[in-house]
Design a protein around this ligand. Structure first.
Ligand code: ADP
Length: 595
């Protein structure tokens, strides 16, 4: 009972996706299937009629009947042929719709996912299983529709044979069972094996991607590790395939043996009916009708069982897709939309460890930033500075403690409206394979004002990227990559950082968060960036992270972070007077870089 329920659940899920992808294609496929099942039955009866006519003595009446029967046969064949072609076209279109619909579902899940999931191999395993099995949904839908067709054929062939002798029908069905058991056993074995070995498969894909992609192309050539990666790929693949091949071989041997049964049974039946006709017990046309129905019954029983087992076994595949879609977010969206200005941001006793890591990255961090402040968070690499920004933007949730905005816990705010309040430039920024205009404009897609180009140019000017714009062959419409355009350009890291800064400025939100905004810039550009920050601070709240202290004096408040704790805070002058960690760091850099 449980199995039947599972079977129907899987069928319902796939049917829903199939209808969502295209209602027309789904219904057309079912209707065509019904007609295509009816045609062979009509064909068999027409053939029996024709053969019986041929076997009788000639008369003019019979000749016209024969001609009519042949025309009927032709019409049946033509209909079957045309519907076959139409069906192939509809299946192709439907499969493409379904693939796209499933891809969109997976992408929708992925873009809404908490960042914490991207830190865990479990996410990638779940995604890999879901992605692999998503194409199986297309096959399952095909199995459901064809399984339905086989069921109709099975019933009709059984009824026709039952008119002759019901025992024959039962025998034919029973002879199929061993091959069904074997095929079911191996399908499951192979599926479980694939699921358990998905990591090896992912490793192969990873190696393949880094060998063929752009990201590691430089390293590969510089370090000369191409042959090493290739041999690693070959070894991993061989180990993976070696095991799979054993299973495939065993499946072939056992199904071949089991499939001998139906061959023997049908031959015995052919012999029996031939003798019955020979001794005059039956008409000659019965031979084609019943032998064709035995074959039809064998084929449809086998197909029906295989499809049913496939659908049942696909429960695991469907589970994989549902399990990926069902990954729950820790970062629960709040209800309240932030409409007013941001007057204060406060961290109260915030501690945090990254998922799966026991060592805390932040320890009991407390600080408050008021509207219009300019705050610098300084500290050595790895001290937890960027993590503070990630928590403020709710990419992760604190392990303990709270973050308040305007005196309210940030978990109460609607995520979209909260993030909309911040202009952020991360240390690791992306320049997309889009045009310059799109690269800047995507930070504020809600803004559909007509003067977009002018605003983009302003942002480029303020970030110091106007000189980049001047040298681009197609101005704002130049692609910032050569992936999709021959005229695209590849910018230097420093130039890309200016673009990222312009993107941030274009968004024009209330609070500016900058993570090492000058990391890839030359000294002149760095100065310009800090002057821009200073200007932005007239009216905006600015929080910037830096371990370069050359321009630190623009900050009114400085928090010094060490091993996840704020160990000192105050203005530059206060901290220098304190002669503590900040003063040591500042003096060290002043000496080394003459600041
Ligand atoms: P900072 O910005 O001060 O250089 P971060 O806040 O980026 O430091 O990182 C603080 C610590 O957290 C570092 O030790 C870093 O290795 C670790 N860390 C950062 N991101 C992750 C992550 N996604 N998973 C696990 N550890 C992380």
């Amino acid at each position: 009972m449980k199995k039947v329920k599972s079977l129907f659940q899987v069928m319902l899920y796939c049917f829903k996706i199939s209808i969502e992808a295209s209602t027309f294609c789904t219904l057309a496929r079912v209707l065509i299937k019904i007609v295509l099942v009816a045609i062979p039955i009509l064909n068999a009866y027409t053939m029996r009629y024709i053969i019986n006519l041929i076997a009788t003595t000639y008369s003019e009446d019979l000749l016209s009947s024969l001609i009519m029967a042949i025309i009927a046969l032709l019409l049946l064949s033509l209909t079957s042929y045309l519907l076959g072609s139409l069906s192939a076209y509809i299946v192709d279109v439907h499969n493409i719709h379904m693939k796209n619909s499933i891809d969109i579902k997976l992408a929708q899940t992925a873009v809404q996912m908490d960042l914490k999931h991207f830190d865990s191999p479990e996410y990638f395993d779940k995604f890999s299983n879901a992605k692999r099995d998503s194409s199986a949904l297309i096959t399952i839908t095909w199995n459901i529709i064809d399984g339905f067709g086989s069921f109709l054929s099975l019933i009709s062939a059984f009824c026709i044979l039952a008119q002759l002798n019901i025992v024959i029908g039962i025998f034919v069905i029973v002879s199929i069972i061993p091959s069904f058991i074997v095929s079911q056993k191996y399908t499951r074995k192979i599926y479980h094996w694939e699921k358990e070995n998905v990591m090896q498969d992912r490793q192969c894909n990873y190696l393949y991607n880094i060998m063929t992609g752009k990201d590691c192309a430089q390293d590969l050539r510089l370090l000369g590790i191409g042959p090493y990666l290739l041999s690693l790929f070959k070894t991993t693949w061989s180990a993976w395939f070696g095991q799979k091949k054993v299973l495939l071989r065993k499946r072939t041997i056992f199904t071949t043996i089991a499939n001998l049964n139906p061959i023997v049974i049908s031959t015995i039946f052919i012999g029996w009916i031939a003798v019955e006709i020979f001794i005059g017990k039956r008409e000659i046309g019965d031979f084609t009708l019943y032998t064709s129905q035995v074959q039809q019954l064998q084929t449809s029983v086998t197909a029906f069982i295989v499809y049913t087992v496939n659908i049942y076994d696909s429960k695991l595949k469907v589970n994989n897709i549902q399990s990926f879609q069902g990954i729950v977010s820790d970062v629960v969206d709040g209800q309240e939309i932030i409409t007013g200005t941001i007057d204060s941001i406060e961290f109260r006793n915030v501690s945090f460890s990254y998922p799966g890591c026991s060592v805390p990255v932040l320890n009991d961090v407390c600080f408050k930033v008021e509207s219009g402040d300019s705050v610098a968070i300084v500290g050595l690499n790895g001290s937890g500075k960027t993590t503070i920004i990630k928590l403020l933007l709710r990419f992760y949730s604190p392990s303990s403690g709270q973050i308040y905005i305007n005196g309210k816990d940030i978990t109460q705010y609607d995520l979209g409206s909260l993030r909309q309040k911040f202009d952020v430039m991360f240390q690791e920024f992306n320049v997309y394979a889009f045009t310059l205009k799109e690269n800047i404009g995507l930070s504020d897609l809600c803004n559909t004002s007509k003067n977009t180009d002018a605003r983009i140019q302003d942002a480029l000017r303020t970030s110091g990227a106007d000189s980049i714009l001047n040298k681009l062959p197609q101005g704002l419409n130049t692609y910032l990559s050569r992936e999709f355009s021959e005229e695209g350009v590849k910018l230097s890291k420093g130039e890309e950082q200016k673009i990222a800064l312009a993107r941030m400025l274009y968004r024009d939100s209330e609070v500016i968060l900058l993570d090492e905004p000058s990391a890839s810039l030359d000294a002149e550009a760095e100065n310009k960036v800090f002057n821009t920050i200073k200007e932005l601070n007239n009216g905006k709240t600015v929080i910037f992270i830096t371990h370069r202290l050359a321009n630190i004096k623009i900050a009114k408040k400085i928090f010094v972070l060490e091993n996840g704790r704020i160990i000192e805070s105050g203005s530059h002058d206060d901290l220098m007077k304190l002669s503590g960690r900040y003063a040591t760091l500042y003096n060290y850099q002043a000496e080394k870089f003459s600041i």
